[in-house]
Design a protein around this ligand. Structure first.
Ligand SMILES: C[S@@+](CC[C@H](N)C(=O)[O-])C[C@H]1O[C@@H](n2cnc3c(N)ncnc32)[C@H](O)[C@@H]1O
Length: 367
């Protein structure tokens, strides 16, 4: 007869708490399918196999909902799961190695008393957090369509602060610029060629591109206005996807910054107003609503899916959380967790449930 294990025994063997197993049972992720002689629920061998997969995906940073979809995938048998897990682990090992190298480089520089420039510090930020980026950051097709339409008939396109290349139009001749080695290393093998440089000093002759684009990056540039002028210098058309840094607006329009993370306002200090950015390149400003199911996990993306902010991989792929520091992050996440559990968040944000898209202050600048 097949061995059946009690919840206590499985918890002990797997190194998790009984509470965790009860939670997995309640949410339908892992429901013990056997019964003991006394009629109690018990774990069969197939349940234990499923638990092993769940815990492995969990350790890789996947959220419980994502794990449910992965382990329930009828097309994936145990061997396919093991292969997929192996691939993910190798990937994670390589990224961790890249982070260790970046941190060693900074430690070495500090030990030699070398002061890093703001440009270098920001590049290091992405060398450290960049490895977590691809987990949730990808092309949002509705935003991509707007950016590509704004590029007009441009054939040659420069993508500044290109990262992994999420918004690079597939049907144009693209050249990417990206200062972080970790981000460059994560560009897919078939992505556009990428130059190691920063926005403040683009290594291209005047007017060498039909258009230059910059997506979700201008807020990282030490001198945003100078970078935009550089884009203007090297290209005839400029398209920038950024946000309105007016802090009063921010604190009102997004429940996350209003109710949980007011420290965000500190990150906006000294940032040029949107009108100043637009004025620097003679751009018009177009609002870009964020769809409720936005595929790109940027900071504002989960405005109607608050549980997402409780997930570590979601936060690690957004620099805001690293920049506010661990204490503010922990406090915000704990408070949000409690408000979601008590229904307070839902009561406060009832009006969001019926919206398909929201104006979160994101804007296209088109010049
Ligand atoms: C949030 S990511 C956006 C990446 C990509 N554009 C996207 O939409 O997925 C910000 C990127 O800006 C880059 N960055 C930081 N400082 C920069 C600078 N001074 N010039 C150009 N890019 C910079 C970072 O290395 C990072 O790849």
């Amino acid at each position: 007869m097949e061995e059946q294990l009690t919840v206590g025994r499985v918890a002990e063997l797997a190194g998790v708490t009984v509470r965790t197993l009860h939670h997995y049972d309640e949410i339908g992720l892992l429901q013990p399918s056997a019964r003991t002689g006394g009629g109690y629920r018990a774990y069969a061998a197939s349940d234990v196999e499923r638990l092993r997969e769940v815990l492995a995906y969990r350790r890789l940073g996947f959220g419980l909902r994502e794990i449910a979809a992965l382990v329930d995938d009828p097309a994936t048998d145990a061997v396919a799961h093991l292969r997929r897990l192996r691939g993910l682990l190798v990937d994670q090992r390589d990224r961790a190695a890249a982070m260790v190298t970046a941190i060693d480089r900074e430690l070495e520089a500090r030990a030699r008393g070398i002061r890093t420039t703001p440009e270098e510090q920001l590049r290091m930020l992405y060398d450290v957090i960049g490895a977590a980026y691809p987990a949730t950051r990808r092309t949002e097709p509705r935003i991509a369509a707007r950016i590509w339409a704004a590029l007009g008939d441009a054939r040659t396109v420069l993508n500044v602060g290109a990262g992994t290349g999420s918004y690079e139009p597939p049907d144009r001749d693209v050249t990417a610029v990206e200062p972080s080695a970790v981000m460059r290393a994560q560009r897919p093998p078939d992505a556009a060629p990428c130059v190691a440089a920063a926005a403040g000093n683009l290594p291209f002759a005047d007017q060498s591109f039909d258009a230059a684009m910059a997506v979700s990056t201008v807020h990282h540039w030490p001198d945003a206005v100078a970078g935009l002028r550089e884009m203007r210098r090297v290209a005839r058309r400029v398209v920038v996807f950024t946000y309105d840094a007016d802090s009063a607006g921010w604190l009102q329009r997004f429940w996350l910054t209003r109710d949980y993370l007011p420290e965000f306002a500190g990150l906006l200090d000294g940032r040029p107003a949107l009108s100043e950015l637009a004025g620097a390149i003679g751009a018009r400003t177009v609002p870009v609503p964020v769809p409720w199911d936005c595929a790109d996990g940027f900071f504002e993306a989960y405005w109607r899916r608050p549980e997402a902010y409780l997930e570590e991989p979601v936060r690690r792929a957004v620099s805001v959380w690293t920049r506010v520091g661990p204490a503010a992050e922990r406090r915000a996440v704990d408070a949000l967790h409690d408000d979601l559990a008590s229904g307070r968040w839902a009561a406060r944000n009832r009006d969001l449930a019926t919206l398909d898209a929201a104006d979160m202050g994101l804007r296209l600048l088109i010049a």
